[in-house]
Ligand binder design. Structure first.
Ligand SMILES: Cc1ncc(COP(=O)(O)O)c(C=O)c1O
Length: 454
């Protein structure tokens, strides 16, 4: 880069810094204690300015650097960016349907074990790929898959387990890995809520065959809209890239040709010999790539990840300590042994015996400027999208049914998923909340309790 070019860039960034200081002065306390939010600084702005001045627009140098640094940070070989966590999940499942995986490929009608209490786009790619979701229940407290129910749910069609680390809390990876190993199942970790979590000192997202991340602003780091697919397996990496990049067979990055040195040497499908490899499609793919502005933002965010995770853990501790005396009314979140969660939120389940409902408490908190959220879809099988969209499913060891046949007897097989829907919610612990914000939240919950107890 010439001296004039770099001097002009520096000048533009100095002006942008002045703008940032003037417009985005950090406030010490927030009126509304939101459940989540982004924490952006000048580094993100400067990187995005560089990406703008590059005028490259599509995936470029910032993305290359981000993918490498992200993989290294998590101790993985490959990280592939995509335009959302939902796209990452779609890519994870789609990649596993590739015929290049021979007998291990997921085929229509194959079963994938998952949970009903979670985020919709963990389940949707299973349905969208004509696979059969098999639902087992979750545990209260961890809000994660109850691994003791998995063996009974397995059938000759089961091929994979795909579950999330709910709200950053780590599911029992040892148990799930050992089940997957024993039965030769794929393990896919939806790590969208859990960037920075560890299990036995190793990053979550590095245990499964494939794992996913979301970089939506609510998450641990952000690029606006964005996500990533993680794997250690070179074959899976190639398949994920293919599905992400239009289904193409070629793996050249945008703007590059002939990285295989055999661009005109292929004969695939019924194509003529020598057909340009850049235009050979081996999968029914998508285009789910990101732009370089997104990567530029996330690159600066990644440098702050350790601080963000430390703040989330500290805030979790403060909320846990502050609400401990209310365990008579609440099931508070707990981590499994050997896990160090990087919490996304602080889930609270109101006990059946409490003299108030979750909705009463949530309304009181919202009226007092404290944000609350549901544990995503609650029991997803009660959502209109799932009762009204015809797809095949199983629950635990039950027989195959169509979603239009769902009845109370089926819901009764997933009692904890219903508890999560009826009695659980979560409050924020993101780094933008100060210790006094959290004290305020704790004191308001106590005030509600005193009033509820008359
Ligand atoms: C567990 C889980 N999976 C997937 C997603 C989807 O991520 P995105 O919003 O980036 O599509 C979310 C979103 O919050 C999530 O919580």
């Amino acid at each position: 880069m010439s001296i004039l070019n770099s001097s002009l860039r520096a000048l533009i960034k100095t002006l942008a810094s002045l703008y940032f200081d003037f417009v985005y002065k950090p406030s010490q306390s927030r009126n509304y204690k939101a459940v989540s939010g982004k924490v952006l600084g000048k580094a993100e702005l400067h990187n995005m300015i560089d990406a703008t001045l590059d005028m490259w627009l599509t995936t470029g140098r910032f993305n290359d650097e981000f993918e490498k640094k992200l993989a290294k940070k998590l101790g993985l070989r490959y990280a592939l960016t995509t335009n959302s966590g939902s796209s990452a999940n779609l890519l994870a499942i789609s990649a596993l349907t590739s015929s290049q995986l021979a007998e291990r490929a997921l085929k229509p009608g194959d079963e994938v074990i998952t949970v009903a209490a979670g985020f919709p786009t963990t389940v949707n790619p299973i349905i969208q790929n004509n696979l059969v979701p098999v639902f087992v229940d979750v545990e209260l407290g961890t809000n994660n898959i109850d691994h003791s129910q998995i063996e009974a749910a397995i059938s000759s069609k089961t091929k994979a387990i795909f579950v999330a680390h709910t709200l950053g809390n780590v599911f029992n990876l040892e148990q799930l890995q050992s089940i997957c190993k024993k039965h030769k199942f794929w393990l896919i970790e939806d790590n969208c809520d859990a960037l920075g979590s560890n299990y036995l000192g190793q990053a979550t997202g590095s245990f499964g065959d494939i794992a996913t991340l979301s970089f939506y602003p609510a998450h641990h780091i952000t690029m606006g809209e964005g996500g990533a697919v993680l794997t250690n397996d070179p074959q899976l990496r190639k398949l994920i890239m293919s599905f992400r990049d239009w289904g193409r067979d070629c793996w050249c990055p945008p703007g590059k040709d002939n990285t295989c040195n055999n661009r005109f040497g292929f004969q695939l499908g019924a194509l003529p010999e020598g057909y340009d490899h850049k235009y050979i499609y081996s999968h029914i793919g998508y285009n789910l790539k990101i732009t370089d502005w997104q990567a530029a933002c996330a690159l600066a965010q990644l440098d702050k990840l350790d601080d963000f995770v430390a703040a989330r853990r500290k805030n979790f501790e403060q909320l846990s300590q502050g609400l401990k005396d209310l365990e008579k009314f609440f099931i508070l979140p707990q981590a499994v042994d050997s896990a160090e969660p990087s919490w996304f939120g602080f889930p609270i389940t109101v006990r059946e015996s409490a003299p108030f409902s979750k909705i009463e408490l949530s309304k009181f908190l919202e009226a007092n400027q404290i944000g609350t959220r549901q544990v995503f879809a609650g029991n997803i099988l009660r959502q209109p999208a799932y009762t009204e969209h015809n797809f095949q499913l199983r629950i635990k060891d039950s027989k195959l049914i169509n979603s239009s046949e769902l009845k109370d007897e089926h819901y009764a097989m997933l009692p904890n998923s219903d508890v999560i829907m009826n009695q659980s919610f979560w409050i924020g612990l993101w780094p933008g909340l100060s210790s006094s914000d959290l004290d305020y939240m704790i004191s308001k919950i106590h005030q509600f309790m005193e009033e509820a107890n008359g």
